[in-house]
Write a new protein. Structure first.
Length: 81
């Protein structure tokens, strides 16, 4: 994995909806790359253009806490909007 690839794909953007951390297996040990993106379907292209997907250990996806508009919302409250 080149430094240029890492910089291009993992530049933090606090205004994006989702954060995914992809954990890769390397000869030097585990490497994690954080991605910020807007739509879940974008994760597919991040995986495809990264190192070979066979080297992925795991992927953690979470909602960006800085983007949450209704931090205490429940499913029922969201349905009412």
């Amino acid at each position: 994995m080149s430094d240029a690839w890492r910089e291009m794909t993992s530049e933090p953007d606090n205004h994006r909806r989702w954060i995914a951390v992809i954990f890769y297996r390397t000869e030097a040990g585990q490497v994690d790359v954080e991605h910020h993106f807007e739509e879940l379907e974008d994760l597919h292209m991040l995986v495809e253009r990264g190192p070979d997907w066979n080297t992925i250990i795991s992927i953690d996806v979470r909602l960006n806490p800085r983007r949450v508009l209704y931090p205490n919302d429940t499913v029922e409250q969201a349905r009412m909007r």
